[in-house]
Write a protein that binds this ligand. Sequence first.
Ligand code: PHE
Length: 370
Amino acid sequence: MAYTVPKLTDYSAAALEKAAGECVRACGEEAAAVRSEAELKAFRDRWLARKSGILTLINDLWLKGAPKEAKREAGIQVNALKARVTELVEAAHVGGGAASFAAESVDITLPGARRPMGAEHPVIKTRNEIVAVFQKLGYSVAEGPVVETDYYNFEALNFPPNHPARDTQDTLFIAGQQAKPQRERLLLRTHTSPVQIRTMEKLRPPIRIVIPGVVHRNDPPDASHSPMFNQIEGLAVDTNITFGDLKGTLDFAMKALFGSSVKTHFRPSFFPFTEPSAELYVTCFICGGSGKRGSDPCRPCKQTGWIEVLGCGMVDPNVFEFVKDNGYDPKRVSGFAFGMGTDRLALLKYGVDDLQLFFQGDVRFLEMFG
Ligand code: PHE
């Protein structure tokens, strides 16, 4: 029942109080029932309109109609009532009353919104594992630019200008560099080895560093090639470093990465910046070195039982000549270097058969490593 202003006959304090209380309660109930902007406006007008709003009516009926001796008391009561009702009307808003609390409230017992957890990318995971193995051996991490000069990528690594060894790394050159002297021309580094030179320019020997990073070569993408891939380089320089140190270090690292049962094997190779140079093979950790998986041939090692994992060698004295002034006199110091393909190792480690999967960002693939 909508509230209507009653006429008062009894002007005692108790009766006034009761009438005021009923009025405030009615106003509060109406405020709680407001469901739209239009209803809100109607509600405000009904209570506050100057001409025939409820407060105006109360003023007329209760104050003006009060007998002389009750006027004072009625005045106090009506003023208090007006203040209360005005407050209620002004606080009212759409869906604002107690009745709408249920709709607005939050059920704190419901399970939360689930955010899908990210996972480390398998290549990053592999990189971190490899770096951690060398950090335990006392190596620190160095990094260098991906856009590199011809000097650092080739010349200071003992690839003389026009030397055919440059052809083994299909290089992506930055366009418009012909006006510069060759050693200053920019290219996308084809390996992480330029950071060997950059680090030796900055730090005096002895040094032990690993260098993770992105490199580029003009190789069309297929299941085992990508124009962009990752490498991890290593460099140790001190007095009296021997090929035995190289073998011991890499044998230890391969066992830490692939399990203590793998065997290592070095084959002669060639890199302009190491002499002698070698390729490191480990026993295939898929077939255990047998070349077979059951009665099927083992594909990752092409049935040989061995997998090539990196290139390495003793730092060529010609390389030290470029940083001789920083303490790298080839008559006094020696060192070894190695470089491995992080993506390739991740492929082998996780038994993934297509390199492209690492770079396509397909969540269904990545979720397999979560
Ligand atoms: N930089 C060589 C490559 O990318 C690998 C390598 C690094 C070889 C260090 C020897 C020593 O093929």
